[in-house]
Write a new protein. Structure first.
Length: 146
């Protein structure tokens, strides 16, 4: 059940946002055509009415959902344990997301830096670890100097 809500549902939701609301000039729509799904996808897109969703849902949320989904899946595979072997896998999606936005900000990568993308990527990178911290009874203490 956990895989359904933390891995499959976010992944499916991000994909549906792309299918229903993103431009049909994306490469994936050519793939749909090549495998014979083009007409079905176009019919579904036309019948959806292309609601008035906020831009952050259409353009920023899918990446965040995929990062959340991948990270959650890695945590399930590695049983919420940190080790030398698990850490690269647990942090690969958050690292790719964060560094791609930073790369865009400094023009190392194509694309435009977007603060909304960056914030949602950070949230999606942190949220899956909430239960891991609770399960492993990890406590973080901060000293505040007055």
């Amino acid at each position: 059940m956990k895989i359904l809500f933390t891995v499959l549902l976010p992944l499916f939701s991000g994909g549906m946002i792309y299918i229903f609301f993103r431009t049909n000039r994306l490469l994936m729509f050519r793939w749909f055509e090549n495998i014979g799904l083009g007409k079905i996808i176009n019919t579904v897109r036309e019948s959806s009415g292309h609601g008035n969703l906020p831009g952050w849902i259409i353009y920023s949320l899918p990446d965040a959902l995929w990062i959340f989904s991948f990270t959650s899946f890695m945590l399930i595979i590695w049983q919420h344990k940190f080790s030398a072997e698990s850490i690269p896998w647990l942090f690969v999606a958050p690292a790719i997301g964060v560094f791609s936005e930073i790369g865009q900000a400094f023009h190392f990568l194509r694309g435009a830096f977007d603060m909304t993308d960056f914030i949602l990527i950070l949230i999606a990178s942190i949220l899956p670890f909430k239960n891991t911290v609770n399960k492993n009874n990890l406590k973080f203490k901060f000293n505040v100097i007055n």
